[in-house]
Structure formats: C-alpha cells, structure tokens
Design a protein around this ligand. Structure first.
Ligand SMILES: [Zn+2]
Ligand SMILES: [Zn+2]
Length: 370
C-alpha cells in the first residue's frame, strides 16, 4: 500500500481520541504486510520496531499522532470522512502516512545502526494525552533514546517547506478552575456578607497580573449566579494557564512557579475578603522544548534538500511535550500549503504532496541521527 492510499483510508475512517480501534488494527495490518514487527501500545496505539546493525540499544523514536476531531467534514473530497461528525481535521492522517512511508522505506531500502521505533500514538487532542499513556508503559526502558522526532502539518508553510524553532516551541497548558466561597445574602446588608463577587473580580485581576513574557493566564468563564440584590454563596472562575520554560532550567520549573504564584494570589484574596477559594488545576501538557543540537542538525539537513524556515514559539500545546521532558526531542512543522486552510475546521484539506516531502525529510533525518 502506498502512503497516499494509507492516508486516504485513515481520512475516510477517522476516530476520536482513545477510540482509535479500527485505526490501530489497520496500521498493524499494513505494517505486518510489510514484514515490520509491531505491537499495541496505550491500547489504541501501535509501536513498530526496526532493528539495524551494531549497538541495538541506541535508538530513536519517530512519532505520529493518529486521532481525529469531533468536526463535521465539508471538504467534498472523494475520500472524505465516512463517519458523521468525526474528521481528520488536524492532519494526523498525514502524520501517520508519513511515518508509515518512512518505516516502509527504511525496512525495504536501508541499512542503519541501532533501533528505530515507529510510534503511532493515540489521543493527542485530549487530556491526559496519549503520550503520557505511552510513557507510563515504559516502552523504551532498556534503550538509550538519542532522539524523539515528531512533526505537525502547517498551512502557513508551502509543500517542501519545514519550520523549526530551537528551545521553547510550544507552551505547557493547564486548565484552571476556582470556586470562591463566602456567606452570600442580601446585597444591601454588606456587614452581614462576604462579597464573593468582588473577591472573584479582585482574584481575576490578581491572576491577570501574573502574565509575563513566559506566562499566559486568562480567565474566560465567570459564573456569579446572584441577582441585583443577592450576593451568591459561590462564584466560579475558569481559565487557562500557559507557560514556557527558561532555557537550561529543569523541565517544569516555570510551570510549578506559576502554580505556586496562583496559590499565593488566592491566599491574599481570601485573607482580604474573608472568602474560601478552592483551586483545581487540571494538568495538561508540558512545554514542547526542542533540543538545540537536534534542531540545528535537522535544520542544516533540511536546508540542503528543502526549505528550512525559522518559526516563532507558539502558545498552543502538544502532548509531544511529555517526550521532551524525558528525552532529547525535536518537533518540527511540515508545510501542507496555504490552500489547506485552517486546521480544526471542517474544510481543512492539506496538499497530499506534503506526504512525500515529509517522508523524504524524516527518512534522511533518522538516518543522519543514527
Ligand atoms: Zn489538533
Ligand atoms: Zn494536531
């Protein structure tokens, strides 16, 4: 099967995060047809392994995500989604096809030293992220992982263009929920109440003041269900926290500092207003921090055969960050052409020529690193 056919099959049969049962079966079958050893991982993921020669404990991991989104496809493509309300609208079908193509060619055509893992990872779009589930199984325990490589489609880049950013590339992401409790009551009897609404407003401002160059904190949802003359017992705030790590610091330092600053801000507000506030931090993905040496190697290699572009850091998040915390990692962007449109939209349609470019580059990069 060609990588393009592989992609079109996945595109026509998309599955949501952690429900990639058919997808995983399909990938296993195609790999076995090629004679490539593979097994299930994180339930609906597939881990392929190619052994070269020399020291087999030295290994790299090539990672593609495989989940789709709850979007109703409106591309009109002949291979459009056959599942109502589910669509490969983030290009993960392209990522999987590129990885399949790379493994196919490595297996058929190449000699290399060490071990190459091909990781078809489930559940990128959804907390806690398939990457955390993969790593919880310790699949690379007895290996010296010298690189984890992943990519993402990018419609701001043309086919044949690849985007790189050394160090901090994508932010960590956490969901924040606060409940400000107090004695509500008659709004005219202020000496008998705790003003939960004013406390929540002051907390919003205090949290907002935590924004800086490496931290983004926004409150996007406020519920204070009182009335013109009623102060409610509880006000709820919900928001998002994004952080970037300082180069050279321990992974998670900036994020942990932000969590502690949030606690301090809440403590100060409760003290001032007599309220009791609960904090719920739903931990999302860590920062995607690209290894400097790997990025430099990849960019130099890319410039010889394709067009290498420098990118700015992004405030969106990716569960690829879990690999970055543990291994030297590189996450780069694969151009799929401007006419592809916005990802996560019902008309997202990447240029399929990106598959061949993606294969060619990832293959060269894998061989170069090993
Ligand atoms: Zn996405
Ligand atoms: Zn994506």
């Amino acid at each position: 099967m060609t990588p393009q056919e592989f992609r079109r099959h996945l595109h026509a049969h998309p599955e949501l995060s952690f429900e990639e049962h058919h997808t995983a079966e399909f990938i296993e079958e195609r790999l076995r047809e090629e004679g490539i050893e593979c097994r299930r991982i994180a339930e609906t993921g597939v881990l392929a392994r190619l052994e070269g020669s020399g020291d087999l404990s030295r290994a790299i991991v090539l990672r593609a995500d495989i989940d789709a989104l709850p979007v109703c496809e409106q591309t009109g493509l002949e291979y459009a989604s056959q599942r109502e309300g589910v669509m490969h609208a983030c290009g993960h079908d392209i990522h999987a096809a590129v990885l399949f193509g790379v493994l196919q060619r490595l297996h058929r055509e190449h000699n290399f030293n060490g071990t190459i893992f091909g990781l078809f990872q489930p559940g990128e779009e959804c907390n806690p992220g398939g990457a955390s589930k993969v790593l919880a199984e310790n699949p690379f325990e007895h290996y010296d992982i010298v690189a984890v490589i992943g990519e993402h489609t990018d419609s701001t880049l043309e086919v044949g263009e690849f985007g790189f950013k050394s160090g901090n590339f994508m932010a960590s992401s956490d969901e924040l929920r606060f409940r400000v409790h107090g004695r509500g009551g008659h709004a005219a009897m202020r000496d008998k109440i705790d003003d939960t609404v004013t406390a929540a407003a002051a907390l919003t401002l205090a949290l907002n003041a935590l924004n800086d160059n490496d931290t983004v904190l926004s409150i996007g949802h406020v519920t204070a269900d009182g009335a013109t003359n009623v102060i409610p017992n509880e006000v709820a705030l919900e928001g998002t926290l994004r952080t970037f790590e300082q180069p050279g610091s321990e992974p998670g330092t900036a994020r942990a500092r932000a969590w502690s600053n949030i606690e301090d801000a809440v403590g100060a507000i409760d003290k001032k207003y007599g309220t009791t506030t609960t904090i719920d931090i739903n931990r999302g993905y860590p920062c995607v921090a690209n290894d400097e040496q790997l990025t430099a190697t990849a960019k130099e290699l890319c410039a010889k055969h394709f067009t290498a572009k420098d990118l700015q850091r992004r405030y969106t998040a990716e569960d690829f960050g879990f690999y970055c915390e543990r291994y030297p990692s590189l996450f780069y962007r694969l151009g799929v052409g401007e006419q592809a449109g916005r990802s996560h939209s019902s008309t997202f349609a990447p240029d399929e020529r990106a598959i061949e470019a993606g294969i060619e580059f990832m293959l060269r990069l894998a061989l170069k690193i090993l």
